[in-house]
Design a protein. Sequence first.
Length: 100
Amino acid sequence: MGLTCIVAGGANNQLLDSEDGERLRQRGILYAPDYVINAGGIINVSAEYLATDNEEAVWKDIARIHDRLLRIFDDAERRAVSTHAVADELARSLIAGRSH
């Protein structure tokens, strides 16, 4: 892949628009979508909101972030598209109820 650096923002909305993800890819800069790498917080908050007492299940869900991120990187490289595009597709699929 020949990457020179990575953008892994600690806050939401690191990209001004979706084309920025493609611009980063074209420059050889790996983008770790912020809403993927920061998902642990929302996973935990949703468990609290739903009054889930299964801490083990929450940690299991949080641990899956790593594998999802690697899958996003692999899919983006294989398809020659931005990680942002792949992450958005995955998010839409998960929201629609199709598990990944």
